[in-house]
Design a protein around this ligand. Sequence first.
Ligand SMILES: *[C@@H]1O[C@H](CO)[C@@H](O)[C@H](O)[C@H]1NC(C)=O
Ligand SMILES: *[C@@H]1O[C@H](CO)[C@@H](O)[C@H](O)[C@H]1NC(C)=O
Ligand SMILES: *[C@@H]1O[C@H](CO)[C@@H](O)[C@H](O)[C@H]1NC(C)=O
Ligand SMILES: *[C@@H]1O[C@H](CO)[C@@H](O)[C@H](O)[C@H]1NC(C)=O
Ligand SMILES: *[C@@H]1O[C@H](CO)[C@@H](O)[C@H](O)[C@H]1NC(C)=O
Ligand SMILES: *[C@@H]1O[C@H](CO)[C@@H](O)[C@H](O)[C@H]1NC(C)=O
Ligand SMILES: *[C@@H]1O[C@H](CO)[C@@H](O)[C@H](O)[C@H]1NC(C)=O
Ligand SMILES: *[C@@H]1O[C@H](CO)[C@@H](O)[C@H](O)[C@H]1NC(C)=O
Ligand SMILES: *[C@@H]1O[C@H](CO)[C@@H](O)[C@H](O)[C@H]1NC(C)=O
Length: 369
Amino acid sequence: MKPFSYLVVLTIAAFQTLCVLAEDQTSCNPLKNTTCDADPALGTEHTWLFNSTLDDELWDMATGTLDYTDEGADFKITKENGSTLLQSNFYIFFGVMEAHVKMAKGAGIISSVILQSDDLDEIDWEWVGYNTSQVQSDFFGKGNTTTSDRGGYHPVANADTEFHNYTSYWDKDRLEWWIDGKLMRTVNYSEPLTVYGKNYPQTPCRVKVSNWPVGIKSQSTGNIEWGGGLVDWSDLPFTMTVQKIRVQDFHSGKEYKYTNQNGTYESIKTVEGNSTAKAEINKKPAETLSQKWDDLGNGAHIGVYCGAAAAGLIIFAAFGWWCRRQRQKGRLQRGLDNGQRSEELDEMNSMKNKWRSSQWGQTSYQQVR
Ligand SMILES: *[C@@H]1O[C@H](CO)[C@@H](O)[C@H](O)[C@H]1NC(C)=O
Ligand SMILES: *[C@@H]1O[C@H](CO)[C@@H](O)[C@H](O)[C@H]1NC(C)=O
Ligand SMILES: *[C@@H]1O[C@H](CO)[C@@H](O)[C@H](O)[C@H]1NC(C)=O
Ligand SMILES: *[C@@H]1O[C@H](CO)[C@@H](O)[C@H](O)[C@H]1NC(C)=O
Ligand SMILES: *[C@@H]1O[C@H](CO)[C@@H](O)[C@H](O)[C@H]1NC(C)=O
Ligand SMILES: *[C@@H]1O[C@H](CO)[C@@H](O)[C@H](O)[C@H]1NC(C)=O
Ligand SMILES: *[C@@H]1O[C@H](CO)[C@@H](O)[C@H](O)[C@H]1NC(C)=O
Ligand SMILES: *[C@@H]1O[C@H](CO)[C@@H](O)[C@H](O)[C@H]1NC(C)=O
Ligand SMILES: *[C@@H]1O[C@H](CO)[C@@H](O)[C@H](O)[C@H]1NC(C)=O
């Protein structure tokens, strides 16, 4: 094949991959459809620092893009009706989600970090942009939105300019919302608000993080009022920042399956095995030059030294010959000018440090209980 044909084939392959990814995003409701795929499990605990590019095997940018800075990832609304949504490709079946967030300020703008299942159970943190000293807690069961009386309102100082620790704890008996280590709210499995368990969130959830406008004309009047009125688009951009998110799965399987359509936790089967998310998290990073060298072992090192010495001798001889010629031409100085080496070393060291700091995040937190 000619190089041009390769290019065409590669481009088509890339588009096919994109289409497959786009299809995956439309989620299949297992209470309405018996042929939905199983949910891939997280099956472990991990902290993602949002100050460097997220692994796109684990996180899917459904709409918008992220701007990475030293302190985290900016979820920005940069144009009228724009929004930004990031979702995990993995699910947890009960667990903990700890998000460190600065909300976006502005009437009609909603910053949210939620857990949501395929049959629309939901556990929410929502910041409504007109009030920067408050966060709301909420939950849904099986997408039931007939009443909107489940929200909780919690004071939090300077939610738009300071990171706070918003943690949701979720097991089969209760839901808890914590801010900066303080328990703000508990919902039990069986109480009137959960319709005695029927609307209690209890199916495997993925993490969704978004910044979106509720204050637009196509929304319901109720929603627009909840958001504090219509968005003033002359205030663009609206920015929410996520510093880090810790997610802990209380099950440790490979995937989660709905065995029937009653939507209870008893109906969810945990498939044994190692999750692909766990393998992805623990995969070895691309080795740096110095690590590759260390991996070779002593025998190989000696071989390489000998080879290098031989090559060195040849180069030395050639260099001597070349010098003699250059001296005659007066270009020796330019030939010796060689500043590249130290730049390469700097880069190698900074890669190593990056890897070390990403390891640091995994071990330093305690569980809620
Ligand atoms: C059920 O899910 C399968 C797999 O995701 C999909 O192909 C099919 O169209 C869905 N059927 C309905 C009625 O939603
Ligand atoms: C990300 O943040 C962590 C912890 O705050 C820090 O150690 C690390 O150097 C930062 N990484 C980058 C690429 O800024
Ligand atoms: C939906 O929730 C309301 C109360 O919030 C409850 O009265 C109703 O029975 C629920 N519907 C279903 C199908 O669970
Ligand atoms: C903002 O939230 C705080 C704390 O919950 C509350 O006291 C205050 O009334 C709210 N302000 C507005 C304008 O709703
Ligand atoms: C965030 O809050 C949770 C719940 O109180 C706690 O377990 C966790 O250690 C806190 N994280 C940090 C970094 O302090
Ligand atoms: C939740 O259950 C605990 C006991 O486990 C009880 O003390 C508390 O009052 C219950 N809360 C509600 C809102 O029912
Ligand atoms: C934004 O959405 C509203 C409907 O909610 C529509 O009237 C308006 O034209 C949209 N603006 C743009 C720039 O798409
Ligand atoms: C739902 O299905 C599970 C698994 O078969 C069963 O154990 C449970 O009793 C069912 N619950 C309801 C409310 O139908
Ligand atoms: C899971 O991984 C462990 C080690 O990482 C391995 O020993 C075990 O065989 C794996 N289990 C399965 C079912 O693949």
